[in-house]
Design a protein around this ligand. Structure first.
Ligand SMILES: [Ca+2]
Length: 218
């Protein structure tokens, strides 16, 4: 009987726990030059070659370009965009973002991707977290998402890693925007307007919410 009387309260508490915006105060530093407008590209290894260095993008095989670099592709916003050519299995561009003195428990990353000459490359967004002062040696979490782009140079497509939970001892975030090289067909891919949000609120879909609720009453 007691349990039955308490059940509505328990459900309310459970819903509160699941939806509590506990991470909204968390922050991180801003991405430097998120639209590739102001800085020269750094070297790819310089971003992470111990120790991590913040404040610039490092590309494996990249260039900051303006309109006309490839027929039909113009920057998503502003005057410049990142162009990446083939390199290894994935042609990658990195930026390391320091978390200290903040703390972070959730984050989301997105970037706008495009291509030209009718190819349909796979664009990828990866975010790794690290918990040492220098960044090295090992990441503590890795989340990624990819999308096969359309074959139309006039359309930019956003690849979004939705809000994910990361270890609360995170000191560095490594953003990695890249293309699967074989899908570039020896051509180039484009990225613009990379956004990092720290302290987002994870989105629970209905089935996950009810699953979490039911688990509390087992
Ligand atoms: Ca496109």
């Amino acid at each position: 009987m007691l349990f039955r009387k308490m059940l509505p309260c328990l459900i309310l508490v459970a819903i509160g726990l699941i939806t509590m915006p506990s991470s909204l105060q968390a922050q991180c530093s801003a991405v430097a030059d998120p639209g590739f407008e102001t800085l020269a590209l750094g070297s790819f290894p310089a971003v992470v070659a111990p120790t991590f260095s913040a404040g610039f993008w490092g590309a494996e095989n990249g260039a900051v370009v303006t309109s006309g670099a490839c027929t039909g592709v113009v920057p998503h916003t502003g005057n410049r965009m990142l162009q990446m050519g083939p390199s290894g299995n994935n042609t990658e561009t990195w930026q390391a973002v320091p978390v200290v003195p903040y703390t972070v428990s959730t984050l989301a990353v997105s970037g706008w991707f495009n291509s030209c000459n009718g190819i349909t490359p796979r664009g990828i967004v990866i975010v790794r977290t690290f918990n040492s002062d220098s960044g090295w040696p090992n990441w503590t979490s890795l989340n990624q998402i990819s999308l096969v782009l359309d074959n139309t140079a006039s359309t930019w497509e956003q690849i979004s890693l939705e809000c994910v939970e990361v270890p609360v001892d995170t000191k560095w975030i490594l953003i990695d925007v890249n293309f699967r090289t074989e899908t570039l067909e020896d051509q180039t891919g484009y990225v613009d307007d990379v956004v990092l949000v720290c302290g987002c609120e994870p989105v629970l879909n209905e089935s996950k919410s009810w699953g979490a609720l039911k688990a509390l009453f087992h």
